[in-house]
Write a protein that binds this ligand. Structure first.
Ligand SMILES: C[S@@+](CC[C@H](N)C(=O)[O-])C[C@H]1O[C@@H](n2cnc3c(N)ncnc32)[C@H](O)[C@@H]1O
Length: 462
């Protein structure tokens, strides 16, 4: 089956919808920055989040105005989401492959191709600025004619060759494709990769009245109870209800693990990898007395700000979980462990390019140590809810199996379909929870999907 396709570039005769910031050649600084950051992702596996942070981002990014920053993010998003398709189409127009050390040239071509094929940017701007960029850099100067010829050919072939190329290409690096195929089978792996081609919608967890908030914000209520907005028409803090603390942004899948802990009346619950606090907020809302712990001071500051806006209270503790010794045992703990984040590739399309199988193995081993520690913090009869946003069984299914095999007083507490609305499709035969971006079909690709998450509820025998 042909995968659903992302929105295609519209024919464009008007002005670039992104205002140009460079005083000398408008738009050039944004293109140069995008090519540079693409190089950092591909060549040195640098995560995009940090480089495009509005307070501490890459200096070239920080030098741009907000509209050019948005353009840079859009170019990078399209270039990474469709990297293999772009590479396949460029290869068709190159007489021979680029030499392996021509990385700068490759990044210039990829950023221009992303604009030509997927963004609402005039073709002439994309091509001319790429040629000017190539000419301005001693490493690429001699390739200016090649850049011009290849990109103009790409413009001409777009109508006929883009759709077939998308259908024929898996937009993922080989290591990731191999692991997805192994874990989910080819058909499901392709569906996941197809979902990765779309920017995800925005999901909100509301304190109450999801239907009312969906109507006010122009969204829909998902079967799981989250409110979904197809896209943002204004910045999140300007939306009704944000300032009043009526809701918080949280992917529909990320909202599921805390719901599997049930409701509490004053139970002592710890959120052991808590920041920035989406799940802490859910636990407070469910009536728990919450201890929120995290090893990152800066992320805890965000958690504190988020809880304050929501008018929620929790005991906030800055500590490495492995060093944490509470005075009393908890009734329940949530361990939303640090992971490879391969379940969030829709919103972080750099992840498949910055992570390696080695990273996954290392993170799985850290998670196991954190889970062992978390299990020591609960009373007999208490529960550990283990979750993460990885698609990889090494960080989920395999880790749980080994933990249960090696921990005699631990038993799986199987999740039941009636425990929370909308979860039935995600419950595995074993009684754990597994979501992938290919799940939650809401009728159109831009309204569908959810992050990849794994969750298991483990009980300490009493
Ligand atoms: C996936 S994020 C948690 C997201 C959070 N649960 C939420 O829903 O908003 C993982 C968190 O684990 C924290 N972390 C990583 N290693 C840790 C450790 N050894 N001890 C405590 N926290 C740790 C990170 O700082 C990060 O905030």
């Amino acid at each position: 089956m042909k995968p659903a396709q992302p929105a295609r570039k519209k024919h464009h005769s008007g002005k670039d919808k992104f205002r140009d910031a460079s005083p000398s050649i408008p738009g050039l600084a944004a293109r140069k920055t995008a090519a540079r950051l693409l190089g950092a992702v591909i060549d040195t596996r640098t995560a995009l989040d940090g480089m495009t942070d509005n307070e501490h981002g890459h200096p070239n990014y920080m030098a741009l105005d907000m509209r050019d920053r948005a353009l840079v993010r859009a170019m990078l998003g399209a270039a990474l989401r469709h990297r293999m398709t772009i590479a396949a189409l460029l290869a068709k127009r190159l007489e021979k492959p680029l030499p392996a050390n021509a990385t700068t040239l490759s990044h210039i071509l990829h950023i221009a191709a992303a604009q030509i094929l997927f963004l609402d940017v005039p073709d002439s701007a994309a091509v001319d600025l790429a040629v000017t960029h190539a000419k301005s850099d001693p490493r690429t100067r001699r390739f200016d004619k090649l850049v011009n010829a290849v990109l103009r050919a790409l413009v001409r072939m777009r109508e006929t060759e883009l759709e077939p190329a998308l259908a024929a290409t898996d937009d993922a690096p080989q290591w990731f494709l191999t692991r997805l195929n192994q874990a989910y089978g080819k058909e499901q792996a392709r569906a996941i990769l197809a979902a990765h081609r779309f920017e995800p919608p925005i999901d909100l967890t509301v304190k109450s009245d999801p239907q009312g908030w969906a109507e006010r914000l122009g969204g829909i209520v998902l079967p799981t109870g989250s409110v979904r907005l197809e896209k943002l028409t204004q910045a999140v803090p300007e939306l009704p209800g944000f300032e009043e603390g009526e809701w918080w942004v949280q992917d529909a899948a990320a909202a599921l693990p805390a719901r599997l802990m049930g409701t509490f009346s004053g139970s002592r619950v710890a959120d052991l990898c808590a920041a920035p606090g989406g799940k802490t907020a859910q636990l407070v809302l469910a009536g728990a007395q919450v201890t929120a712990l995290d090893a990152s001071q800066s992320r805890l500051k965000r958690l504190a700000r988020n809880l304050e806006r929501l008018h929620f209270q929790a005991d906030i503790i800055h500590s490495d979980l492995l060093d944490f010794t509470p005075p009393d045992l908890f009734d329940a703990v949530l361990l939303d462990a640090p992971c490879s984040s391969t379940g969030t590739i829709r919103r972080h399309p750099d992840v498949a390019w910055t992570k390696t199988p080695d990273d996954i193995a290392k993170l799985a081993s850290l998670q196991r140590r954190l889970l062992d520690k978390a299990f020591t913090l609960i009373r007999p009869g208490g529960i550990v809810l283990f979750s993460n946003c990885s698609l990889d069984p090494l960080e989920g299914e395999d880790l749980l199996t080994a933990f249960l095999d090696e921990t005699p007083d631990a038993e799986l507490d199987p999740i039941q379909p009636q425990e929370a609305p909308g979860i039935a499709p995600f419950i595995t035969p074993q009684g754990t929870l597994r979501t992938t971006p290919a799940g939650l079909d809401m009728g159109s690709p831009t309204l569908s999907g959810l992050d990849g998450f794994y969750a298991a509820r483990i009980r300490k025998r009493g």
